[in-house]
Design a protein around this ligand. Structure first.
Ligand SMILES: [Zn+2]
Length: 267
C-alpha cells in the first residue's frame, strides 16, 4: 500500500512538473523528431493551481512516508551515487526505485553537462564521496537537439550552456534520419561527459576509488529494451558493449540484466 501510494506520488510529481518547452528545445515535432505518442497531453495549470498541487503533493508524500522516514538522514547525507542528469522534466529520479532519498546526490542542468556544474559534481565526488559518478543522458534531449540546430536567438545564459556541446555535435556524421542522429548525439554527449570526468577525476579513477558510468534513460525505446530503461553505454571511457559487460562494477547484476542494460547506438 505504502509503495503504491509512493508510486502514485512520483507519477503525480512528474506530471505536475511537465514543462512546456520553447521551440529551440522542443523535444517533439520538427525535423521529424517526434517519438511515439509525441506531444505532451497534460493541460497547463495556472500558477496558483501549480503551487496548490506542489504543496498538496508534498504533503501526500510526507503523510505516507511518515516522520520516521527522515530519521536516518536528518543529521547528514550518505548517498551512494552522484548523478549528473538533464533538467528535463521527463527524466525521473527513480534510480533506487522508490527510495532515492539519501541515495542519490543529483545535479541537473540542460544536457547533463559536467562542465556547467563542475563545482557541484566535485562536491559529490570529493566530499561525500560517492564511488560511482553516473552521467545520465536521456532520449529526446532538447538540449542536444538545440545544439544540433541554430540557437543563436537564445538568451546568453542558454547559449553559454549549449556552446560546450559543440565538440559533441561535431562528431555527427550527418548519416541517417534526424531522429537517428539525435539519439546517437545523446549517447555521444554521455561519452563526452564521461571523458571529461575521467580527466577531471583521473586520480580517483586510476586508484580504483571511483567508477564513472555513462548511461541513457530511454523513455522512447531507442535501444529496444522498453520505455523507461536505463541503458549503460560507457564505463570509465570504455564504449564497446562486449567489453563493458565484463566490467567488475556490473558483477552483482544477473547475466540477463547485463545483456539487456548494456548497449550502444554510437560506436
Ligand atoms: Zn535533456
Amino acid at each position: 500500500m505504502k509503495k503504491n501510494v509512493k508510486k502514485c506520488f512520483i507519477a503525480f510529481s512528474l506530471a505536475a512538473f511537465l514543462a512546456v518547452t520553447p521551440s529551440a528545445f522542443a523535444s517533439g515535432g520538427g525535423h521529424g523528431g517526434g517519438h511515439g505518442a509525441g506531444a505532451a497531453t497534460q493541460a497547463a495549470k495556472s500558477p496558483s493551481e501549480t503551487i496548490k498541487a506542489v504543496i498538496e503533493g508534498n504533503n501526500t508524500f510526507k503523510e505516507h512516508a511518515g516522520s520516521r522516514h527522515f530519521d536516518s538522514f536528518q543529521n547528514g547525507q550518505v548517498p551512494n551515487l552522484t548523478v549528473i542528469s538533464c533538467a528535463d522534466s521527463r527524466v525521473h529520479t527513480h534510480l533506487f526505485g522508490f527510495e532515492p532519498d539519501n541515495n542519490i546526490f543529483i545535479i541537473r542542468n540542460v544536457g547533463n553537462q559536467v562542465k556547467n556544474s563542475e563545482g557541484s559534481v566535485d562536491y559529490g565526488v570529493h566530499h561525500l564521496p560517492t564511488k560511482i559518478l553516473l552521467i545520465m543522458g536521456h532520449s529526446s534531449c532538447g538540449a542536444v537537439k538545440a545544439a544540433m540546430g541554430d540557437y543563436s536567438g537564445e538568451t546568453s545564459g542558454i547559449k553559454n550552456e549549449l556552446d560546450p556541446l559543440m565538440p559533441v555535435i561535431s562528431q555527427d556524421d550527418g548519416e541517417g534520419s534526424f531522429k537517428e542522429r539525435w539519439a546517437k548525439n545523446v549517447e555521444r554527449n554521455v561519452d563526452y561527459q564521461v571523458d571529461y570526468s575521467m580527466k577531471l577525476y583521473h586520480d580517483k579513477v586510476s586508484h580504483g576509488d571511483m567508477v564513472v558510468v555513462g548511461g541513457v534513460y530511454d523513455f522512447n525505446n531507442n535501444y529496444g529494451q522498453g520505455r523507461g530503461s536505463l541503458i549503460i553505454t560507457n564505463i570509465n571511457g570504455e564504449k564497446a558493449p562486449n567489453k563493458i559487460m565484463q566490467d567488475p562494477v556490473l558483477k552483482e547484476l544477473a547475466k540477463g540484466d547485463v545483456v539487456t542494460h548494456v548497449s550502444s547506438l554510437a560506436p
